[in-house]
Ligand binder design. Structure first.
Ligand code: SF4
Length: 205
């Protein structure tokens, strides 16, 4: 059984792809896992079509969730056009739709070769972008992006642009291996881009 949507702490999480342009050192995808602390069996045998994902959504009591979160085993923004379509369909069909969040590495514009952030206006309520490092060097060492240093710049630019179109833009870092000075650097960087910083506790694999 393939998991497209699953519940976690009152929110509905959505898994649309295994694809990613990074190879983060902590990523569950290449540590031999097929699931996570959130759900088993997150490795998709095939990417669900937008229609399959919509049917999965509509089988649920959507207003009962506090949030809908596109995250997944891979980078959800690879499916941006399908996410936009799904949100439009859900808004039309499911009155009282909860706020929508995307958890992303912030490479959306790099991946799509255009600025997708204006298309998020009115669709996405929260973006949670993984900052992962206080400096470019740390970021590249941790996330190992396909496009190298361009990915760091693209992530920062994406965040700055998204903050104009999405009500809440949050950058996240994990507290492990970070000094208070590192955290302060991350916070200042996030705020300079129009985002806020959220420090997450490290969850051992
Ligand atoms: S960005 Fe996310 S999905 Fe991609 S490698 Fe890093 S942790 Fe894994």
């Amino acid at each position: 059984m393939m998991t497209i949507t699953y519940e976690y702490e009152g929110a509905l999480y959505v898994n649309l792809t295994n694809r990613c342009d990074c190879a983060c050192v902590f990523c569950l995808r290449h540590n031999g896992h097929k699931g996570s602390i959130y759900a088993d069996d997150l490795w998709l045998e095939h990417e669900p079509s937008r229609e399959e994902a919509l049917a999965d959504f509509l089988a649920r009591d959507l207003p009962s969730y506090r949030e809908i979160v596109f995250c997944g085993f891979g980078e959800p923004i690879f499916r941006w056009e399908d996410i936009a379509w799904l949100v439009d369909e859900l808004k039309a069909r499911a009155p009282g739709l909860p706020p929508v969040r995307i958890n992303t590495n912030g490479h959306g514009n790099l991946i799509h070769g255009r600025d997708i952030t204006p298309e998020m206006a009115g669709r996405i309520d929260t973006l949670s972008i993984s900052l992962n490092g206080a400096t470019e060097a740390e970021y590249l060492a941790v996330t190992q992006p396909r496009d190298g240093a361009a990915a760091w710049e693209a992530m920062l630019d994406f965040t700055r642009r998204a903050a104009r179109h999405v009500p809440k833009v949050v950058m996240t870092v994990v507290d492990k291996d970070k000094t208070p000075e590192d955290i302060q650097t991350c916070r200042a960087l996030a705020e300079s881009l129009g985002a806020t910083l959220r420090v997450r506790a490290y969850i051992p694999d």
